[in-house]
Design a protein around this ligand. Sequence first.
Ligand code: NAD
Ligand code: TDX
Length: 333
Amino acid sequence: MNVLVTGAAGFIGSTYARMLLGSGPTGGPSVCRVTVLDKLTYAGTVDNLDLSDPRLRFVYGDVCDPGLVGTLMAEADQVVHFAAESHVDRSINAAEDFVRTNVLGTQTLLDAALRHRVERFVHVSTDEVYGSVETGSRAEPDPLDPNSPYAASKAASDLIALSYHRTHGLDVRVTRCTNNYGPRQFPEKIIPLFVTNLLDGGDVPLYGDGLNRRDWLHVEDHCLGVDLVRVLGRPGEIYNISGGTELTNTRLTELLLDACGADWSRVRHVPDRKGHDLRYSILDDKARDELGYRPRHDFERGLARTVEWYRRNREWWEPLKRRASEAGLSRAL
Ligand code: NAD
Ligand code: TDX
């Protein structure tokens, strides 16, 4: 079987590709071949992939390119679609790439999947599509209410993916997960940004009052959930995937300071993100009951191991951070 994995030079997709070619995220039979399609934006690097593995084919290209996508789709049995512009702050600064890649790119893939009769298409969405959840938690049938341009572009692609099932009968499955953490996350998201700044002796920018809350999910648990959906899920269905550890940003910052041997003098209180969602929270009973999904990583141990990974792999993140900073890509890097 050939699985086309888009965006697998990035954080989550590369973890997924590695797991697919390893013992298999679900412990089931591993797939025969993985084709990666990735544009290598600032967030993607081939260093995340084992290019020496003959079962892995890397194709440099854009999910918005219908010619290339059609060629790859003709050879694919199944698709797992991770490719996206993924950082909320960037979408606030400039939304065009988000609409292009996340919306048009997803539609381009779906069209080709339909034309070439691909047997299964897993679309990786996010809990941000439900919007800020002040109290309680959202389940799959709840309405979408995205706030940032990133979240809105993901909500659009999520709905377009489902429309290809409802209209054309394409076997589309959608996952909506919480905030991922783990090795190889680009140092713009809060955990790797704070860890690498602290390891470099710098300070960390905490937005607003620090009381915004997120649920944390180890990237390998997310990939396990995605693969359970690919293998055992049902066509046309949506599955929430959560990690089960909800923290304020202040509490998370405390844990990161501790792990890096630093104190609160290193925290810089900076103006809040525009339209900053207070809280995300989802129920993942459906994935648990139907697919047997259970996160395997304990948060504190997973976080300690993640910090250790950044400590030991400076050669991975230093060039990325340098390039991003030279290109003026983030206010915080
Ligand atoms: P990432 O930014 O680390 O990686 C994205 C990858 O997509 C990169 O390798 C990039 O080069 C590639 N890409 C971007 N535009 C492309 C294009 N036009 N054509 C081909 N490739 C392109 O992102 P991530 O954190 O690994 O997220 C993966 C997916 O998971 C995204 O769809 C994201 O919305 C979703 N998600 C992420 C999180 C999280 O916490 N990181 C949470 C929920 C959902
Ligand atoms: O420098 C920072 N300071 C800070 O206080 C950064 C980068 C973030 N924050 C806050 C904002 C959020 O409340 O930390 C929280 C987490 O921020 P991000 O790491 O940017 O993640 P978030 O905005 O929650 O979105 C993430 O989870 C859902 C991913 O980036 C998305 O791709 C995913 O869909």
